[in-house]
Structures are given as structure tokens and as C-alpha cells.
Design a protein. Sequence first.
Lengths: 322, 368
Amino acid sequence: MDYATLLQILDSTLRLATPLLFACLAGLYSERAGIFDIGLEGKMLMAAMASASVAFLTGSVWAGMFAGMLASLMLAGIHGIASITFRGNQLISGVALNFVASGITVLIAQRLFGQGGRTPPLEGDARFSPITLPFAEELRGVPVLGPLYHEVISGHPLLVYVALLAVPLTWWVLYRTRFGLRLRAVGENPAAVDTAGISVVGLRFAAVAITGILCGLAGAYMATALQAGFGREMTAGRGYIALAALIFAKWRPVAALWACLLFGFFQALALRPDVVQAVVQVKVPVPFLDALPYVLTVLVLAGFVGKAIPPRAGGEPYVKER
Amino acid sequence: MERLPKWADVVLVPLISLLLAAVIAAVVILAIGQDPWEAITVMVQGSVMNAYGWGYTLYYATSFMFTGLAVTVAFHASLFNIGGEGQAQLGGLGVALACLFIPWPHWTLALLGATFAAAAFGAAWAAVPAYLQAKRGSHIVITTIMFNYIAAAFLIFMLVDVLRPAGQMDPATANFPEATRLPTLNQIPVFNLFFTSNVPANVTLFIALGMAVVVWLLLWRTRLGYAIRAFGKSEAAARYAGISPFMIVMVAMLISGGLAGMMAINNVMGEAERLLQNSASGAGFIGIAVALMGRNHPVGVVLAALLFGFLFQGGAELGLWTKIPIEMRIVVQGLVILFTGALDMMVRMMLTWVFNALRAGRTAKGAA
């Protein structure tokens, strides 16, 4: 494998890691507050459909993005009501919302466009276009680092950089703000937070809302930047892979970035059968490559996680003592 | 606050949950510009108003009984097996291999052999996530979901590159030999009085009902079942009582995977008579809804499987005769899981409030 191929793969790695990163950080807020969320997948799918539809109808990718965030927030709200207000089973609520999203996205897209549950392809301002970072052209000639900067780091849609910036922001919110301290506390020991006179319900709803917004960005990126439109089941398990990345990262923001880049790399490899064959020297059937990201996810979960200790109050509804 | 009477908890709560799911589904149908009343009429007409419809409803219900029981057994060990879909697809592979490569003299023997193969393949597919959960603490929900995707890719590979007969275009195995053909309900005495034309519901229905009894016996009448339920209620207490968590996780998941795999004798051997791509067609996931709706009890599972058989067949009719896409089935499935599995507390709170109001009214009258 030469340097140019490596750069191409790293470039796809970053593109494919972005939705994982948004979803992974989304899950991080929720789970750190003690609410498990299997429903990242459904929220992404809902957001992808809403953003592609609105972007097509208005011709504005920004309107699409906000519609995606709104749609994802609605599902997050239902998850919050089921798991916080009514103290329901959080895993089951997430699974249920994934099914609802899987079906209803097709229903709505079919009603709007009548193209078998897809949206029409997006063009022009209805999509996020690549941004060339400053000096990318000028530095291209610099050996090794120049092409790396030009090919891999520069030339992505805006949301890729937003996702990357969300990592330090999340770190700062979680470890350097009062809100972050309370958020982590409510996921470990909600009774203590309650005793201090802070609303457990309020904090958890805030966390679930942040999850909704970030999943909305993940879905909007999928439909308006990574691809040009919505297709049924287009998220293809990314919500679950993001959860695996979250466990691998042990619920920490910076580690989440590396985990998502790793899983993005697996997905990028699956897209390049020629490279995989050149490396392993055997003809690999296409289905094996399709399964590769999922197999590697299982392997990572099985072998390299070490002891992953989830937030202590995760999945437990909080019952105020009377 | 007074507690709910037991009959209300067992009967009223699931019924009201179902009603709420139906109301939301009707709102969805209205929102996409269709008529909910027309939808329910088409569904009832096409699934339970004639023998042909019943033939399909019972056929789907048979599959859902297996997957519902599969989810139930895992639930009692407090394991959430979302991998029924993949396990059922692997079960299909087991059935196909058994039917294609063993020269069975009679369908009864073929059924026996294929059932074992289906259960073994399904259980084997569940074994890896089970082992990872028991030994490495990998979250079973995520690993079983990953295994669904891996199963789908593996099946495509087997169908396209290995089992497809030479010269055939579509990714499927050859047709199974004549000797492995299972009798459908219209070929069975007594039942053929009602089912006069050819229907897909077949003899597997009785195996599914038998498995419901076996699961009930296993969970409530054996030492192993007690250990599974004890582990599910409290892992610490079970461990203290000398129950091995590793053993329970493995056994519960193997039984669960085996049951999900056995579904394949219904759809692969009984209906398609060859293995197709995506053979389980979502039945593995419906098992989750069936188990929740059936309150994790075999009797409830059988009833809920019938209900979902009706929904599935009715949903197919919707796709045929109305402008409502067939995906409506998945929405309803999700809504039922949401209301019976996650919002059950809401329903219970509402009912408790109603019962207390009634009780208060009665005491007030008694005092006066």
C-alpha cells in the first residue's frame, strides 16, 4: 500500500467516523446522566429523513439540519418521558423507538415524494459542500505532511469539523463546568444530587435533549453531507456501533474520538476490497468485507475493552424516597 | 396508594397498552393521508374473515411463537436477546443443509432432523454473544445486534457463493427434495374441513404449541428453570445459592437461540421449501414485541403471536390493497413494544388512579 492509498483511506476514515462521533458523544451525555440509550440508531435515521426531506423542499441545507435536530429531539423526548417520567425499561424503550423510526421514516418519505421511501437526490445548496482549510493548496508541496493536510484534514464538509470540535467541548462541559459535575453525579448517585436540592429529573431531561441534538447532527450529516439524500435503513447499525465505541472509550470524550476513528477506519477498509486483498494476499468475498466493521466491533468489545465500568446508576430509574 | 388487583395487572394493562398503540397507529395513518377505518377493515377482511386469511395468520403466528418464546427464556435470565433475527437465519441454514444433503425417507424423519439442525445452528449463533457476555462482560444487546448484521452477510455469502445451484440467478438454494415436504393444514384430517385450499400454515404449528408447553415446564417445573428465574431476579442471590452465572447465561442463551432457530422449520422447510435471502423477514424482532405483550409467559406468548400473525398478514394486505406502505407493520410493532414494555408504568399508574377513585366512591357510599 503506497502513501496516496493510505491517505485516501484515512480521508474516508474521517468522513465515516463523523456520524459515529456525533452519535457516540450523544450517547455519552445520556449514559453519563444514567439513561441508557439503545435508540441512537432510530434518532439518527429520523434526523436523516427529516433533514433530507426539508433540505430538498426548501433547497437549504441549514433548514434541513434544524429539521433533523427537531425530529431527533422528538424521539429523545419520548425516550425521556418513558424512561425518566414513567420509569420504564430504558433498553426496551430504545429498541421500540428504533422500530418506530425504521418504519415511520419510510412512511413519511413515501407520502412526501412517492419514490419508494427515498428522498430525491440533493444538489447544490441542499447539501453541505466541502471546505478547503486555509493554506491547503499552498502547503500541498511540503513532503509527507503537505498531502496529509490537503487530502485528509482539509476538504471536508463543515459538520466534520463541528464533530471534531465537539470532543474538546464535551470534555470541558463534563469536567470543567458545574453542569458537567452534576451530570456525572446524577449518573453515579442520583440520591446525592437530589439531597443537594438539584432536580434529578431536570438534569436527566437536559442530558437526553443534548443526546437528541447530537443525534440530529449525526443524521443530518449522513443524509446531506456523507450521502445525497435519505434511503431506508441508511444508518445501517451505526447507532449500535457508536454505542460499542462508547463502551470501548469507557464513557470518556477524548477516548471516544479515538474509538470512533478506529471504527471509521474499519468501515473505510470495508469500502476498499482491493487494498484488503493486497494486504492479506487472498481473494476476500464481498459479504465478508460488509461484515467486517461488525465483526471487528465484536472483537473490540470482546478483547480489548478491559474492564468497562458503566455509570453506576445507568439504566436505573430514580425513585424519590417518600 | 393501593395496588392493582391481579386480574387488572394481567389482563387490563396489556389490553390498554395495545389500545393506546392502536390509537397512535391510527393517528399515523391519518397523518399520511389515509383512512384508518379502511385500513382496519382491509386487515380484518384479509386475515381472519376466511380460511385463506387464517392460513397465513396462523403461519406467521407459528414463527412468532418460536421467536417470542426465545426472547421470553432470555428475559427470565434478565438477558435481552435482540439477536433472534440472526439466529433464525442461521436456523434456516441448518434446515437447508439437513434437507439438501441428507436423503430422508419420510417427512416425519426429515422434520425431526431439520428441527435438530435448526435448533443447533440457532443455538450456535447465540453461543458466541452468550460466551462474551458471561466471560468478558461484553454487552449482550450490542453483540447480538452485531451478530444479526454478520448473519445477514454470512447468509449472502453462503447463498451466492456456496449453495446456489449452477446456472441459477437468484441467491437461493436448490428446491428441497419431495420427501422433505411438510403437510400443510389443508392436508391434515379434520383441519382440511376448514382449510379447503392450499395454505402456508403447516404441521410446524403443533411443534410451536408443543414448545410453548415445554418452555412453561422448563421455567416453572424444573430445577434449571428455577435457577434461570432466580438468576434473572437477583444475580447476587443466585450466586449466593451456588448457581453459576456463567452456566445460566450460556444455557439460557443456547435455549433462546435454539428456539429462534427452530422458527426456520416453519418458513424455510414448511413454506419456501428452499433457503432464500433474508428468510426470517423480521420475525426475530417481532419476537421482542410478542414476549413483552405476552408478559413473558408461554400462554401470553401464544396469544400475542396470534395477534401479531393478524397484524403481519393484515399489514401485507394493506400493502396490496391500500396506499399504506407495508412498513406500517414495523411502526405498529415499535408502538406495541413501546407501550407494553416501556410505558407500562404509565398505564398502571392511570389504572391505579381509576381503581382508587372507584374504591373511594364505594366507601363513601357505604359510609352514607
